[in-house]
Design a binder for this molecule. Structure first.
Ligand code: G2I
Length: 428
């Protein structure tokens, strides 16, 4: 009966993540690792996404910390080690030791790396804080160029510019020494980053941009729309998503994510933490990301509550002794229950953009016997997550059982995660 049921209607979904290019015509070998569906990273990969965490370099010697890091996460952001004060403590004297340690730890274990951050009004080295005008502009661009060049090929996405918009009702830029060099400082930074590392995704990253109705959200949205219209190289927008009682999660968060995605950029949740770690709120955030095709990853801002910049708010997924909290279970369940959308992002509430997202899922017409296959990808320089979904037709139409993996197809040269899942459908 079971095989009849499989013949009658079955689905095979393959989520394949790798660090190599898809090569047509080669065999696709897919195995199911033991961790599939049981860790945040593996479950996110099954949905074509990553699940990352901020990492503090000095904690890599803490085995309790690295045990969780290595088991659960497949993306890493340096919490402080790539900031301007860390990488260029003296002008034109670059210091990469602490950042390289994190990058090497991640990449040697198959985790991807988000770069944070190339240009920011905060955490500047002292020599830069006291600069202004064209000298500061040149120093900032040199910093972007040097740091992006150093990490070229090892960082999949950069927060090129961080937190450049003002809080409150203005919807405009934040005053800073960088802003005072001219309103075009952000696009200048993006162009320098693109020239230095053409393969990296280039993101704008900010906080309190989660509520679609907020002026700050609209200000960033208008900048990204303008950049896309004028060809300024921007690929993604990071939503820090530090949720707390003063800046809570709101149900229009999904609208925010989908509206930005509809501009033709990826969206990423880059620094997630939630005061009190409500399981329901964490679940909603994950469901919102999964509902938006171009939301390609979630990063939590630390592992255990004691690792958080807001430790007293207990905002993370693991408690101080490393045990999983209810929020962890909610996130894992949401990742496992979620579906990868095949629809394009929804139109934004205002001023729908014209750029279609790249790499939309393709849905061919049903073949003989009603079988269908869809392929969707999330790609970044040097890596990808491909999801292949095959749906078999009813036996009455002469369909044979689904063969998985397909006899010919793509291969990964350096896969870091590949999983196979089958879901039996009710007999029709
Ligand atoms: O403030 C939370 C985050 C908001 N978005 C940008 C992120 O880069 C930022 O991260 C936090 C880190 O979690 C903190 O760890 O950024 C802070 C400022 O860079 C970090 O705090 C700093 C302290 O201010 C320093 O005193 C300390 O030396 O961490 C440093 C390293 O522990």
């Amino acid at each position: 009966m079971r095989s009849t049921r499989w013949k009658a209607a079955s689905r095979a979904a393959i989520a394949l993540a790798g660090a190599g290019a898809l090569a047509a015509g080669m065999a696709l070998f897919v195995t199911a690792p033991a961790s599939a569906g049981t860790t945040l990273g593996a479950s996110a990969a099954e949905k074509g996404r990553y699940f990352g965490t901020a990492v503090a370099g000095f904690k890599l010697s803490d085995s309790a910390y690295t045990t969780i890091l290595n088991r659960e996460f497949n993306s890493v952001t340096a919490e402080n080690e790539m900031k301007m004060n860390a990488t260029e403590p003296q002008q034109n004297q670059f210091s990469y030791g602490a950042a390289d340690q994190i990058v090497n730890h991640a990449r040697s274990r198959g985790m991807s790396v988000r770069g944070h951050t190339l240009a920011w009004h905060s955490q500047q080295p002292g020599w830069m804080e006291s600069m202004s005008g064209s000298a500061l502009r040149q120093a900032m661009l040199n910093h972007v160029t040097q740091v992006a060049t150093h990490f070229r090929g090892r960082v999949v996405a950069w927060d090129v510019v961080n937190e450049a918009f003002a809080d409150g009702s203005s919807g405009g830029r934040r005053d800073s020494n960088l802003q005072r060099t001219g309103n075009d400082w952000i696009e200048a930074a993006f162009r320098a980053a693109r020239a230095a590392d053409p393969g990296a995704k280039l993101c704008y990253n900010d906080y309190n941009t989660d509520n679609w109705t907020h002026a700050k959200t609209q200000g960033v949205y208008n900048m990204v729309r303008d950049f896309k219209a004028r060809g300024v190289p921007i690929d993604c927008v990071g939503f820090q998503s530090h949720f707390n009682n003063d800046s809570p999660y709101v149900s229009n968060y999904r609208t925010t994510l989908s509206s930005f995605a509809a501009l033709g950029v990826d969206v990423q949740i880059t620094e997630l933490d939630i005061q009190g770690a409500s399981a329901n709120t964490y679940r909603s955030v994950v469901e919102d990301c999964l509902a938006v095709a171009r939301c390609n990853g979630i990063t939590v801002w630390g592992i255990r509550d004691s690792d958080s910049w807001r430790a007293s708010q207990t905002p993370l997924l693991f408690n101080n002794n490393g045990s999983k909290k209810p929020a962890y279970d909610a996130v894992l369940a949401a990742l496992n229950n979620g579906t990868t959308p095949t629809d394009p992002p929804t139109d934004p509430p205002t001023d729908p953009p014209t750029d279609p997202p790249t790499d939309p899922p393709t849905t061919p017409p049903p073949g003989r016997g009603g079988s269908t296959a869809t392929v969707s990808t999330n790609q970044w320089p040097g890596g990808f997550v491909a999801t292949v979904r095959v749906t078999a037709g009813p036996p009455a139409l002469g369909c044979s059982p689904v063969s998985t993996p397909p006899p010919t197809g793509p291969s990964a040269t350096k896969p870091w995660s590949h999983t196979l899942a089958r879901t039996a459908l009710p007999a029709t």
